[in-house]
Design a protein around this ligand. Structure first.
Ligand code: ADP
Length: 441
């Protein structure tokens, strides 16, 4: 069986149709006003406005209904969504027929707007349903034209637009009907050919993506296990080296001491790397973080305390300013504190002596903006897009600081994205950088 638009895809597309319908309501009102007031074509304006109102009302009802079924998320959601899409398109065809009938019938060039509905149907519905909608459109058209021809329905002549009424002109009616109906079916044929292929491709891509996600999860689990083991061994090595270095196992000669000290230093660095790797892997694997309300003010103060001494050592002026409106937000406090501390530590690390670091926390309604500027080495323009990648370090950073994991910003990005926030950087090499985090409150 041919695939319908995938589950979430279909719902989104129905919302898109609802948005389009608001435009259609405005379009009808504007067109009637324009035709009457600017080009002086007398119209059944009240009736046309009433149809626009009906269009608006059922659009609102569909919107509310869709919100409800989306919230309840029933197991047969795709079937329900499909039915809703079908009903909406049929309603639209009825409304359009009514609009056209009250504004000239076959004389009105807006009859070709039926084609849009065929394209919409082909995007939203199955091929069979799209052809059924084309048949409904053809039927409504023939019904309207026929009833106007046989005087069962009143014909509203578009005076001033066409010189004399065309609704009784047989040749005209047959010609237009033929062109109109064949265009409907051709539109459905073309649009469904494309959209069915696109849907198949979308499905293949989705499956491939799921497979990749699964592989990534397996890889992350593997990394987690291995780095956890390495960390244990490193702790044991560190535990052996420390007492030797402290002289608890007897006095060392300078050569021995130097070797043990270097081993201990390297172990420490390796430990930081493994810890960072463990952390990013854990965050990636966790579906959601444990969150709760906390004071952002206090969190910022903690993060500043963490780097203050290092900044002082380098004679760096460190200041921060928190908007009084900002205080309690909801999130994973420890991770947010660590993220801010990491950014601050980077600024201290990559700012030469005597520089300046400034942090501003601004209230942005339902979000907060954390902005951190430094007068450091900056990031080369071509490397800016890459600094949030795992293990990436810019060339000027590597020249300035040999040590670094290239994981700090990747962790920050994961944390911020898990909070549905945004993180970005603006930077100029040699002048400084501004890191920004936008977090929902
Ligand atoms: P690390 O600092 O360990 O290298 P990060 O992931 O924290 O790794 O940062 C990635 C890279 O982003 C750094 O190597 C550096 O090139 C760049 N970077 C981060 N913060 C700054 C900063 N404040 N100024 C200049 N470059 C920065």
């Amino acid at each position: 069986m041919e695939n319908l638009a995938p589950r979430e895809g279909l719902i989104e597309r129905i919302y898109w149709l609802i948005r389009l319908r608001w435009i259609a309501v405005a379009g009808v009102i504007f067109t009637v006003l324009f035709a009457e007031k600017i080009v002086n074509i007398p119209l059944q304006s009240l009736t046309l406005y009433a149809i626009a109102a009906v269009l608006g009302v059922y659009n609102l009802i569909f919107f509310l209904y869709l919100n409800r079924i989306k919230r309840n998320n029933p197991p047969d959601l795709p079937t329900v969504a499909n039915r809703v899409a079908n009903i909406q398109i049929s309603f639209d065809l009825l409304s359009l027929t009514a609009l056209v009938h009250f504004s000239g019938g076959i004389e009105n060039p807006f009859v070709y707007y039926f084609i849009f509905h065929m394209i919409i149907a082909s995007i939203l519905l199955s091929r069979r349903a799209s052809y059924l909608q084309a048949t409904l459109a053809a039927f409504l058209f023939i019904l309207m034209v026929g009833m106007e021809y046989f005087n069962i329905l009143k014909h509203y002549h578009l005076e001033g637009f066409v010189s004399y009424s065309l609704h009784t002109n047989k040749i005209y009616i047959v010609g237009i009907s033929f062109v109109f109906i064949s265009t409907l079916y051709l539109a459905v044929y073309m649009a469904t050919s494309i959209s069915v292929k696109l849907r198949q491709k979308e499905k293949i891509l989705k499956e491939a993506n799921l497979l990749l996600e699964e592989k990534d999860r397996i890889k992350s689990n593997y990394v987690l296990r291995v780095s956890h083991d390495i960390k244990e061994h490193l702790s044991a090595i560190q535990g052996c080296l420390d007492p030797v270095l402290q002289g608890l196992t007897g006095e060392l000669n300078p050569g021995q001491k130097d070797l043990v000290r270097r081993s201990s230093e390297r172990t420490g660095k390796l430990m930081s790397f493994v810890k960072a790797l463990l952390e990013i892997t854990r965050i990636k694997l966790s579906k959601e973080m444990e969150t709760g309300p906390f004071s952002l003010r206090k969190t910022v103060e903690n993060a500043v305390n963490f780097v203050e001494a290092r900044a002082k050592d380098k004679d760096i002026r460190l200041s921060y300013n928190i908007d009084p409106a900002v205080d309690i937000i909801t999130g994973a406090q420890i991770y947010i504190e660590e993220t801010i501390a990491n950014l601050l530590a980077n600024s201290v690390k990559y700012t030469p002596k005597g520089g300046k670091i400034e942090m501003k926390i601004k209230d942005k309604g339902d979000r907060v903006l954390i902005q951190l500027s430094d007068t450091g080495i900056g990031i080369p323009k071509d490397e800016i897009p890459r600094v949030f990648e795992e293990f990436y370090r810019a060339r000027n950073a590597k020249e300035m600081e040999r040590d670094g994991t290239g994981l700090g910003l990747a962790i920050a990005k994961e944390v911020v994205e898990k909070h549905k926030g945004k993180i970005w950087v603006e930077s100029e090499e040699g002048k400084g950088s501004t890191f920004s985090i936008l977090l929902p409150k």
